[in-house]
Design a protein around this ligand. Structure first.
Ligand code: PLP
Length: 465
């Protein structure tokens, strides 16, 4: 058993605390929020969302692009779209929209969200709505109706050639802006060689010339691609970006309406204490590369659109559990059993082996040991055993009440696990609290959703009317 305390160990092993975390009197604070106080107020398991982080991240990204534009004398504009699918919640969108941003949609109900936001005055009709995804009839219908109803900046992005037939029929005389999603090549070691999303790059110019150009009411203003492995300083990413910019320039030469290059999402968020992504460098390289390729074609550089989802919301949320019990199953393994399920609250842990920042909320002055965390379901896959980098999990070793927090869990987890509904072993959806700061800096708490109760579950299962 190590002789150091957990606090001493973490101090030695990583440059702790990173931005947003602080330990005072052996308790953890998140952006100056006393998490023990939060737990004492609301209990566990507890999901929380701290709204100001969302605006902070958007402003950060805008600044990186602004700096890169200045440095490279880039003449285009930067347009920040939030990709709603990362977290569709109204509180998330209302906070994000305070930052003069636009939205990207991926399915039919997203359009209903746009209308609801508009009705309440959060989303003016001239904001950009980029409609991505393989569209069923309902989604196409709703997009068209949005345009008919006077939303002036809606851009349906063709995911396949057939999709155009719908708009052709729908907009015989009205001018509309459309985009094309270009399929990227997956990394060579990927099990699927080519992405199923978008139109093949080598077919885009012909498709434009023969199918789109003849109809003057359709202005192809946008070219979109998304490297699903994310924006990263790798030869693969730079290669895909360059191919897309070359294609942009070739299309621009025959289609003067083209003006947007949509880089998609994929800007990483901090998912580990060791995270050291150099945003400034990578964004500058993106801008410099686009500028230089456009110059070689004598083409004006495009306005750049991004659809950052995880980057916008991931760091705003966390989930806190209490250790319910401790089990030593053999000589090596110490299990901490939590009062909720990892698998059902953060499905990416189970499905993608995703790692999050995991920190104790209290007992930082205790010695530490190696542990495995177990969830409340009966499923052997409901566990968490390694940190992003250390391959083992060290936590305070104590018999005292212990709370543990997973941080930066705000993207995709609720939509994958569902909010309400039924879950593995009927482990209920935890209570969710929204946190904000009043203009004078005081913390505002609000319960967004109570912990799910048995009546709701039994109703779904048919036991109750
Ligand atoms: C078309 C498109 N844009 C943006 C995103 C957001 O990606 P991220 O959350 O990695 O920023 C996704 C995610 O799947 C996507 O499919």
């Amino acid at each position: 058993m190590p002789t150091q305390t957990y606090a001493e160990f973490l101090d030695l092993s990583v440059d702790f605390p990173p931005e947003g975390f602080e330990v005072i009197n052996n308790e953890l604070y998140f952006h100056n929020i006393n998490l023990m106080e939060l737990v004492e107020t609301y209990g566990t398991p507890l999901r929380f969302t701290f709204l100001p982080i969302i605006s902070k991240k958007i402003q950060e990204a805008k600044l990186y692009f602004q700096q890169a534009f200045l440095k490279n004398d880039y003449q285009g504009k930067y347009i920040y779209c939030y990709c709603t699918k990362s977290a569709h919640f109204k509180h998330v969108l209302v906070e994000a929209l305070k930052n003069d941003i636009h939205l990207e949609t991926s399915s039919s109900f997203d359009i209903a969200i746009i209308r609801a936001l508009h009705q309440e005055g959060y989303f003016p009709k001239d904001r950009m709505v980029i409609c991505n995804g393989f569209k069923n009839d309902d989604y196409k219908r709703r997009i068209a109706d949005l345009i008919h109803d006077g939303f002036t900046n809606v851009i349906p992005v063709l995911d396949n050639k057939e999709e155009f037939n719908f708009y052709l029929h729908e907009f015989e005389n009205q001018e509309i802006s459309i985009g094309i999603r270009v399929a990227i090549e997956e990394q060579p070691d990927h099990e699927l060689y080519t992405s199923r999303f978008g139109i093949r790059a080598d077919e885009v110019l012909d498709f434009y010339k023969h199918r789109l150009q003849p109809y003057s009411q359709f202005k192809v203003t946008l070219l979109h691609f998304f490297v699903e492995s994310g924006i990263d300083d790798t030869p693969y990413y730079w290669n895909e970006l360059e191919k897309m910019v070359h294609l942009y320039c070739k299309l621009k030469q025959i289609n003067p309406d083209l003006r947007y290059l949509d880089l998609g999402g994929g800007l990483p968020y901090r998912n580990s204490l060791f995270f050291d992504f150099d945003y400034e460098y990578v964004i500058n390289e993106i801008v410099a590369n686009i500028k230089s390729i456009c110059r070689s074609y004598g083409v004006k550089e495009p306005d750049l659109i991004t659809e950052f989802g995880s980057f916008t919301v991931a760091e705003s949320s966390g989930i806190i559990f209490k250790v319910l019990g401790r089990k030593k199953q053999n000589d090596r393994e110490n299990w901490l059993i939590l009062d909720g399920s990892l698998m059902t609250t953060m499905p990416d842990i189970w499905a993608l082996n995703q790692k999050y920042i995991l920190l104790p909320i209290n007992n930082w002055d205790c010695k530490y040991d190696r542990f495995i965390l177990g969830g409340l379901t009966c499923d052997s896959a409901d566990y968490y055993s390694t940190d992003a980098h250390t391959k083992v999990l060290f936590l305070p070793s104590t018999r005292k009440t212990q709370y543990l927090g997973f941080f930066h869990t705000g993207a995709y987890q609720e939509t994958l696990s569902g909010v309400g509904g039924i879950h593995h072993c009927l482990i209920p959806t935890p209570r969710h609290v929204i946190l904000d700061r009043a203009p004078d800096g005081t913390l505002i708490h609000k319960i967004f959703r109570e912990e799910q109760n048995s009546r709701e579950v039994l109703r779904i299962l048919g036991y109750l009317p």
